[in-house]
Write a protein that binds this ligand. Structure first.
Ligand code: HDE
Length: 717
């Protein structure tokens, strides 16, 4: 059913709602929470200037009591996150598949609030942990709230919800000493994984650079589970949901990630905030893979199994709309921290499949809000409020905001004229899809869930050599931190079922031998004898050999762009002023930004007598937080070549395969680095320019940057 979702209307509605609760305190008297004007906020009430404080001081007691209760429990998982407001706009309506009101007309806009997160770390942990990223979108539709609660990886570790607490206990810091924070590289995680072959596909993604996004703005989002679309004729189609970032999918490398964690643990949060403040509004396209119900059993995997993707080669992704994030929150706690997502918040036209992981989630998310936000009234918190009216007979509870009038809070009733009344389906009432279910009540899993290696192989085989090498290195790092040798060996056995060479390369780094017969103690966490032997982990060959969409480097849809990238311009007194100004304006034209990094704060003096203000020093920043580095000429070479911070800055940029550009005296500085011998050695990631030839240099530098990194610099394992 089409709704009046004309652009602007909903945004206004939602903002009006939020405004009711907004206060900024400007030009206002300081008051207590009861509205009493405060005359002295600097001294507590005492019996004499040097005497004891008095219990009577209601102002002090109110202030301290409120402060004592300022924290709420952090999320059990996804505690560390960052959010922004924006809108979703339909570009290609699909009424033939879904009757969801917000997907019906071209140009229809729906306000959204989106939150990105890591999974394992606490609220204060680093953004750059090797981890899955949460990708949640709250759509404030005219038919009620629709929440997309997905990840940046399209599959999950486990197939059944009942294993989720085990998985999370295993990856969280170990309980005896609460170490390590926000890291999977420890014994309990790999102990669990090595006993859960169903995790293998997810582990391939987690060990790839997908778990180290360059930015929230440069990662994909996936619904993971198969959902249903229901149309006006009550016909069902299975659907997989995808968010595709406008800037392409890009990552940092592991050494860089670890250094960013020290230099700027808020790297992703800052990046999202600054991009929006600067008007570089992050954007994604929403795509769908639609599968007719009749094709449910047509694939070599089970559509209900959340450890499987539907390769884009088998079912193409159709783009139906775009999301733009254009407004930062006013208050982190009120919005980003208190937002409550739930995969069970759906609108008519969207329904669930029987994926057993999804089914468990449908219980968990309301339950968790009760302890986190403390009340069944969490839907009344401004960020969670529906823009469509809410009328029902639910009453009272902690912190109830709504004042329900009248004496009727039950149904059926005659005293209230039978209100609020149920909506017919034709009037937008939600009715679950009437799927036929005729089965025995069992604790079991379908045999079609037993392929644990087929798609892990597909993923590994679809990676470029660089990406494969990064997976090997990640596994060497993670298993290298595991202290129990038996766990390492068991994992090598699992890896050997994905790819023999992969297992051997990892084993080489650990100085271990890949077991000839992999240990297969469990499947679905159950020993083989309890499974009757027919559910051994299997490897079902994929019907396609490789999928370019699975590789970030080979993905043909990624457009070369440097939009919103940050370039460090290395400077010192005497610098070629014109060269700096020219590269800055060339970058701005491409939507990118150049920042001046120098040995000191304040300004650097240019060779033509001008001054350039310094953005960062080699102490306050590092090349790991930039996408590329440029060195103009003109300055005193010794000043930088003898500054070890400046030299580390350059060698890190080289090590992380970044594009490094230099002109004139800048080239001399490169000659003083540890990678001097590579400068003229066919390293296309080092772009050199002649003195004064600024335009030609800028063009070459920008072209090289658009490829993100010069991966060929890395030695193949
Ligand atoms: Fe979640 N998950 N999850 N999850 N999840 C939560 O809800 C849970 C799963 C995801 O930005 C919690 O409000 C169970 C898969 C995101 O606020 C909690 C299971 C996927 C977020 C919870 C899963 C997700 C959460 C913690 C297995 C990808 C952050 C706080 C059955 C499709 C949302 C909260 C935000 C948060 C439970 C598995 C995504 C405890 C029981 C699979 C993005 O309810």
């Amino acid at each position: 059913m089409a709704q009046d979702n004309t652009p602007g209307n909903h945004q206004d509605d939602k903002q009006k709602d939020l405004l009711i609760n907004k206060s900024d305190g400007t030009n206002k008297y300081l008051t207590t929470n009861q509205g009493i004007k405060i005359n002295d906020d600097n001294n507590s009430l005492k019996a004499g200037e040097r005497g004891p404080s008095l219990l009577e001081d209601f102002i002090l007691r109110e202030k301290i009591t409120h402060f004592d209760h300022e924290r709420i429990p952090e999320r059990i998982v996804h505690a560390r996150g960052s959010g922004a407001h924006g809108y979703f706009e339909v570009t290609n309506p699909i009424p033939q598949f879904t009757k969801a009101g917000f997907l019906q007309e071209v140009g229809q806009r729906t306000p959204v609030f989106t939150r990105f997160s890591t999974v394992a770390g606490s609220r204060g942990s680093t953004d750059l942990a090797r981890d899955v990223r949460g990708f949640s979108v709250k759509f404030y539709t005219q038919e009620g709230i629709y929440d997309f609660v997905g990840n940046n990886i399209p599959v999950f570790f486990i197939q059944d919800a009942t294993k989720f607490p085990d998985l999370v206990h295993a990856v969280k810091p170990e309980p005896h000493n609460e170490i390590p924070q926000a890291a999977s590289a420890h014994d309990t995680f790999w102990d669990f994984i090595s006993l859960m072959p169903e995790s293998t596909h997810m582990i391939m993604w987690l060990m790839s650079d997908r778990s180290l996004p360059r930015s929230y703005r440069m990662m994909e989002g996936f619904g993971v589970h198969t959902f249903r679309f229901i149309n006006e004729q009550n016909e069902s189609h299975f659907v997989k949901l995808h968010w595709k970032p406008k800037l392409g999918t890009h990552a940092v490398v592991w050494d860089e990630a670890q250094k960013i964690s020290g230099k700027d643990p808020d790297f992703h949060r800052r990046d999202l905030w600054e991009a929006i403040e600067m008007g570089n509004f992050p954007e994604w396209e929403l795509g769908v893979q639609v599968i007719p119900d009749a094709d449910e059993h047509k694939f070599e995997f089970d559509l209900l199994d959340p450890t499987k993707i539907v390769p884009e080669e088998l079912v193409p992704v159709t783009i139906i709309g775009k999301m733009v994030l254009n407004r930062n929150p006013d208050n982190f706690f009120a919005e980003t921290e208190q937002v409550a997502f739930h995969p069970g918040h759906v609108v008519p036209g969207i329904d669930f499949s029987n994926d057993p992981l999804l089914q468990g989630r449908l219980f968990s998310y309301t339950d968790t809000q009760l302890s986190r936000l403390g009340s069944p009234n969490f839907h009344e918190i401004p960020i969670n409020r529906s823009v469509s009216p809410v009328h029902n007979n639910q009453r009272d509870g902690h912190m109830r905001q709504e004042i329900n009038v009248g004496r009727v809070s039950y149904s059926p009733n005659s005293l209230g004229g039978g209100c609020p009344y149920q909506a017919k389906i034709a009037d937008g009432g939600f009715a679950s899809f009437n799927e036929r279910v005729d089965a025995h009540k069992v604790r079991a899993r379908s045999e079609s869930f037993s392929d644990h290696f087929g798609q892990a192989k597909l993923f590994y085989n679809s990676q470029s050599q660089t990406e494969k090498d990064h997976i090997v290195k990640a596994l060497r790092f993670e298993l290298g931190k595991v202290e129990t040798t038996a766990i390492r060996v068991r994992m090598l056995g699992i890896l050997s079922q994905v790819d023999t060479e992969l297992a051997q390369k990892v084993a080489l780094g650990l100085r271990l031998v890949v077991p000839a017969v992999p240990e297969q103690p469990m499947n679905h966490g159950v020993s083989p004898e309890n499974l009757g032997g027919d559910q051994e982990p299997k490897s079902v060959p994929s019907s396609i050999e490789g999928s370019q969409a699975l590789s970030m480097i080979n993905n043909p849809t990624v457009k070369p762009t440097i939009e919103s990238r940050k370039v460090a311009i290395v400077c010192a007194d005497g610098v070629d002023e014109q060269a700096v100004l020219d590269i800055k304006s060339a970058l701005i034209k491409q939507g990118a930004k150049g920042c001046i990094v120098a040995p000191y704060n304040g300004v650097v003096k240019g060779d033509a007598g001008g001054e350039l203000s310094v953005d960062f020093t080699f102490l306050t920043t590092s090349s790991v937080v930039f996408d590329a580095v440029y060195i103009p000429g003109g300055f005193d070479l010794n000043e930088l070549s003898e500054d070890s911070d400046a030299m580390d800055f350059l060698s890190d940029a080289y090590r992380h395969c970044k594009i490094i550009g230099a002109q004139a005296g800048g080239i001399d500085l490169l000659s003083a680095t540890g990678f001097a011998s590579k400068i003229n050695n066919e390293d296309e990631g080092i772009v050199l320019g002649r003195d004064g030839d600024n335009d030609a240099f800028a063009a070459n530098f920008i072209t090289a940057m658009a490829n993100h990194r010069f991966w060929a610099r890395e030695a193949t394992i």
